[in-house]
Design a protein around this ligand. Structure first.
Ligand SMILES: *Cc1c(COP(=O)(O)O)cnc(C)c1O
Length: 363
């Protein structure tokens, strides 16, 4: 346990004897069976892949560890990325562990508080741009071409290589690929990576079949669904607020080769799934992650037959990243009481005296 992606999946990764064995414990994330939604939707086997359990609380760590190890191998002393938040958090952490400088370009006002705090905590140089993610990525790409800094966005192929290991883990646990994989789509690196991982595992005989890839974008940021770049993408799910995905072609290939689909869900549907995951599964995820669950709900409510199917939803990041969003689903404000038993008992509507049979206990 905790050996990391490079060691665990070395034979499937582009490593050489000179690639440093970098890790801060990424990978081996839980594949948790649904407690509630499965029954609600009539699904026999529904699992959540909890990528928020990675060291910086999103799946980005899987690809970042490979990208940064390869940057070290290549002699780089600075890594650079554009980010809606999670890439910068991950780059900053691995940059710190590797002892090199991290520069992150973030769109102003569009990055969740937790993610920015991480970049600051890990000591990255944070540059806020008066523009959106797509503009930030264009600048990062141009800078990296002209200077000796290593670009660690998912246009860096090593990111995709590392991220494909999540597909390996799912097969390692289930014994085969699921029938359907639901995944949020932003810059489309992750859906590209999962599809690559499932194919590679099938090709070496570790899996007998391939899943149908079901990607979901947010309605206000759905360039792939609409077939055109979106100038000013809008959604509460900031991790997928992307109007011109760098891995567009990879997403289309995953969709078409797997006979899957790339659809879209509204912010209201994303929030409903975000709330449902927390309230009924005990899983507090990012809004972007909830897009995969919202997509599944939409798929089933739309009449798809899911009996006998094994389904995995990729839960890409942890809800603590964006604490401000919780107010969107809060229906009970914290209460206040004087610090004595009587006052708290009165609030709870409990008898004050007597210790038998506490009201909250299951009999
Ligand atoms: C990056 C990210 C996504 C989107 O992944 P892409 O590879 O850009 O499609 C979704 N959810 C979270 C939490 C992310 O950090």
């Amino acid at each position: 346990m905790g050996e990391g992606v490079l060691k665990r999946y070395a034979r499937y990764l582009p490593l050489t004897p000179d690639t440093p064995a970098l890790s801060i414990g990424e990978g081996e994330t839980p594949l948790v069976r649904s407690h509630h939604l499965a029954g609600e939707l009539g699904i026999d086997d529904l699992y959540f892949k909890l990528e928020g359990c990675n060291p910086t609380a999103s799946f980005k760590d899987r690809g970042m560890v490979v990208a940064v190890a390869k940057a070290l191998e290549g002699g780089y002393t600075t890594i650079l990325c554009a980010s809606t938040g999670n890439t910068s958090a991950s780059a900053a952490a691995y940059g710190a562990a590797a002892g090199i400088e991290t520069v992150v370009l973030v769109p102003r006002g569009n990055v969740a508080e937790g993610k920015l705090s991480q970049a600051v905590a890990y000591g990255a140089r944070v540059i806020t741009l008066r523009g959106n993610f797509d503009a930030a990525l264009a600048i990062a790409r141009e800078l990296a071409e002209a200077r000796s800094v290593c670009l660690v966005n998912s246009v860096n192929p090593h990111r995709i290589e590392g991220q494909k290991t999540a597909a390996f883990e799912i097969v390692d646990v289930l014994g085969d690929a699921p029938d359907l994989l639901f995944i949020p789509v932003g810059n489309a690196g992750n859906i590209t990576a999962y599809w690559k991982g499932f194919r590679e595992y099938r090709d070496v005989g570790n899996a007998a079949r391939l899943p149908r890839m079901m990607g979901f974008q947010a309605e206000g940021a759905a360039p792939i669904v609409e077939g055109r770049a979106i100038e000013d993408p809008q959604t509460i799910a900031s991790a997928i607020r992307i109007g011109n995905p760098a891995n567009w072609a990879g997403a289309l290939a995953a969709r078409d080769e797997s006979e899957g689909d790339i659809g879209m869900v509204s912010d209201a549907e994303i929030l409903e799934a975000y709330k449902l995951m927390a309230r009924t599964e005990g899983i507090f995820c990012e809004a972007a992650s909830a897009a995969s669950v919202a997509g599944l709900i939409k798929h089933v409510r739309g009449g798809a037959d899911v009996t006998g199917r094994t389904i995995v939803c990729v839960i890409t990041g942890n809800g603590l990243k964006d604490p401000g969003l919780v107010q969107e689903i809060a229906d009970r404000a914290p209460e206040e009481a004087p610090a004595n038993v009587e006052a708290v008992a009165r609030l709870l509507g409990e008898p004050v005296s007597g210790t038998s049979g506490g009201g909250g206990k299951r009999s």
